[in-house]
Design a protein around this ligand. Structure first.
Ligand SMILES: [Zn+2]
Length: 125
């Protein structure tokens, strides 16, 4: 019932499989991280994580996670509103939906721009 129990169970499974608990915390949930025998670093909750060495890097990873979530919410809202636009049969209802659509598109656009800004153009393509 408690979420903590699952994490503790995962942690003991990791230890049993030969993983080593590290002096590092997950940037997302701040659970202790483990190094597997393969050398991969994992969080008991999130699985494989990017290892961060500084606080600012941790904040960056955390804000990426928030932006990812917000992008998902905005995308699903936009899709819902688009669906509703198919069914709406009054002009005032349509206007209201378009209003909402515009706002969510703005959110989505901003999220995407922020994501680009925080990744600092390290990737090509
Ligand atoms: Zn985690």
């Amino acid at each position: 019932m408690k979420k903590d129990d699952t994490v503790i169970q995962r942690m003991s499974e990791l230890l049993r499989s030969g993983a080593v608990m590290l002096d590092l915390a997950c940037p997302i949930c701040s659970a202790p991280l483990f190094r597997l025998r393969s050398g991969e670093i994992v969080c008991p909750t999130h699985g494989a994580v990017r290892v961060v060495k500084t606080d600012s890097e941790a904040i960056e990873v955390q804000s990426q996670a928030v932006l990812d979530k917000l992008e998902a919410v905005a995308t699903s809202r936009i899709s819902n509103i688009t669906e509703a636009l198919h069914r709406v049969d009054s002009e005032s209802g349509e206007e209201e939906l378009l209003d909402q659509l515009e706002r969510w598109l703005e959110v989505l656009e901003r999220v995407r721009r922020l994501k680009l800004a925080t990744t600092k153009g390290g990737k090509s393509g």
